[in-house]
Design a protein around this ligand. Structure first.
Ligand code: XIL
Length: 296
């Protein structure tokens, strides 16, 4: 969700009515919380967390360490100063939201898209691969109650990237690093997506590590589906149904989060990837999700 839309009654009414678990789309990222070094700004994050709690929703904090939302001042730091800044950021943010946040995405998108290793970010370049373990340890120290997640995209089904994510998490757990769960973002296209069996197998092996699994940012693009708009919406319904059903069937898959809910406000431009249309009406996709949640 987006805090800037909370004043929109339609937006906040539908969100409050339909959902029980909220992730902020950008309000809790480092570039928003600390745009210049030492000057923290928690207002937008507090607004969206306050909304969630007022509606009886849980909150997943998103996200301490992501190359895509790092304030620019971070890039100029020496390795020694970067290490201090990362630890301080995680401790500050985790402490600020402690008691209000059920879980945190501690590290987001750290694995390279080809699955050959870790993504080449400022964190890896200056701190080495151990920055991931250190981030989880800082988070656990600052908020011992929150569940700590690793979150990524493109590793939903069985492939080179999900193999690397699996190895990373296995190694972290073997080293005693406090990781509780893994988020599969699930930004997918209706006609070019991992098979249900492949997602199920990947979830199962992650669960076998002892991890909780979430579908954490689901949306389903339909622009390139051939046929009429009605056909596109039906294919989208099937994709939502089938993927959510994989989670429902997997005992350790405990939440499905969508990256927005109305096509009026989505980070995917020129498509209609969400459960409600731009006029806040339930789409076929909505009923597909509902059927899956009801075990149908
Ligand atoms: C996106 C937000 O939706 C946008 O509002 C923001 O400008 C950029 O980030 N993977 C993630 C999310 O983990 O944080 C991203 O969210 C989408 C891709």
């Amino acid at each position: 969700m987006q805090s800037s839309l909370l004043a929109n009654g339609q937006y906040s009414n539908v969100a409050g009515r339909e959902f029980t678990y909220l992730t902020a789309e950008y309000e809790m990222k480092w570039n928003v919380l600390e745009p210049s070094q030492g000057a923290t700004s928690f207002g937008a994050g507090d607004a969206i967390v306050g909304f969630a709690l007022s509606q009886g929703m849980r909150v997943k904090g998103h996200t301490f360490i992501w190359h895509g939302a790092t304030p620019s001042w971070v890039n100029a730091l020496s390795p020694a100063d970067l290490r201090i800044a990362v630890d301080r950021h995680i401790r500050n943010a985790a402490s600020h939201f402690r008691g209000r946040v059920h879980a945190w995405d501690v590290v987001n998108e750290a694995v390279a898209d080809d699955g050959q290793g870790l993504r080449d970010t400022v964190f890896r370049q200056k701190l080495g691969d151990s920055y991931i373990a250190d981030a989880f340890r800082s988070a656990r120290a600052a908020d011992p109650q929150a569940l700590l997640f690793y979150n990524d995209y493109g590793g939903e089904g069985m492939n080179a990237k999900s193999n690397r994510i699996y190895d990373l998490l296995r190694d972290l757990l073997a080293a005693g690093v406090p990781v509780d769960g893994v988020g599969l973002q699930m930004h997918i296209s209706a006609i070019n997506r991992p098979s249900d069996a492949s997602i199920a197998a990947n979830m199962r092996r992650l669960a076998d590590l002892g991890l909780t699994v979430h579908i954490s940012e689901m949306d389903v693009r339909i622009n390139n589906v051939p046929g009429s708009q009605q056909m596109r919406l039906d294919v989208q319904r099937a994709a939502y149904h089938d993927v959510v059903r994989v989670c429902v069937v997997e005992p350790r898959c405990e939440a499905v989060t969508f990256w927005g809910f109305t096509d009026a406000h989505t980070w995917i431009s020129g498509d209609s990837p969400l459960l409600f249309d731009a006029a806040y009406q339930q789409k076929p996709a909505y009923h597909g999700v509902l059927d899956a949640l009801r075990g149908r």
